[in-house]
Design a protein around this ligand. Structure first.
Ligand code: BTN
Length: 256
């Protein structure tokens, strides 16, 4: 029994070391790639590392880890990480991004993430959660600091974190999609790097996002608990919905 346990522990330690080494030694073509063994939050690490890098480098900076000790989500919520190897990534854009209005950025990141995960069972829930059978597989957070924009992405690949169903951190139940954390983080970072060098516009975001959304799933409004049906995505990123009192447009951050 003890030998079996030691063998298993030894094997997972080896996997961890191999992952860390691979993550630190491989690079990405389209971003400045950094891997941290652990960090409180890749959002803060990206801000520090970007400031330390200086102004001459216009490449996006990608900071990833398989363990955040103080990850954050939207609206000041905690992004739970149990240290078992889920993806935590921040891509920082020091130069202007090729998309206006900026309210569309979280939706574009949603399409990039779902495409990088490449699983036909996944769908997008407005504005940008990636869902598998109603469970949240990935979440996206956008922050700015001066001119720079920081896009944080968490993907559950190794384990399903426990999400409280009440209190200020309450949220949708989590789910996971199996995959290699380093490869997934690099795929997302690289796609965002390529995207940042191209051109994008509102019509394309609306089309791409709409093709990946689950239009049959009702949304539950966080503040009131009201259930509404999604109708269509508007060119500024708001969602037109139908509720008991008729149609209206939602702005982000109202949902469970
Ligand atoms: C959400 O609330 O759905 C957004 C979650 C965003 C989590 C990611 S993990 C990488 C980055 N670092 C953080 O502290 N948060 C984001």
């Amino acid at each position: 029994m003890l030998i079996k346990y030691m063998r298993r522990t030894h094997a997972s330690l080896l996997t961890l070391i191999t992952t860390q080494t691979r993550a630190m030694t491989t690079t990405c073509r389209n971003v400045d790639w950094r891997w941290l063994e652990t960090t409180p939050s890749t959002m803060d690490s990206a801000k520090e590392l970007l400031a330390a890098r200086g102004d001459d480098d216009a490449r996006p900076l990608a900071v990833a880890t398989a363990h955040q000790t103080s990850g954050r989500g939207t609206k000041g919520r905690t992004w739970t990480d149990d240290g078992r190897g889920n993806v935590a990534l921040t891509v920082a854009f020091p130069a202007p991004i090729p998309l206006t209005p900026i309210t569309l950025l979280p939706l574009r990141v949603g399409t990039v993430v779902i495409d990088a995960l490449n699983d036909s069972r996944l769908s997008l829930k407005w504005p940008n959660d990636v869902l598998l059978d109603g469970g949240k597989v990935a979440g996206i957070l956008v922050e700015s600091d001066g001119e720079a924009i920081f896009v944080g992405i968490g993907v559950n690949v190794a384990s399903v974190p426990k999400v409280p169903s009440s209190g200020s951190d309450r949220g949708r139940r989590a789910a996971k999609i199996p995959g290699d954390a380093v490869a997934i983080a690099q795929r997302i970072a690289d796609s965002l790097g390529v995207w940042s060098q191209g051109r994008d516009d509102a019509a394309r975001v609306v089309e791409d996002w709409s093709a990946r959304a689950d239009w049959m799933a009702e949304l539950e409004l966080r503040e009131t608990g009201e259930r509404v049906k999604p109708v269509r995505l508007l060119p500024d990123g708001r969602l037109q919905v139908r509720g008991a009192a008729g149609e209206r447009a939602l702005v982000a951050d109202y949902l469970l």
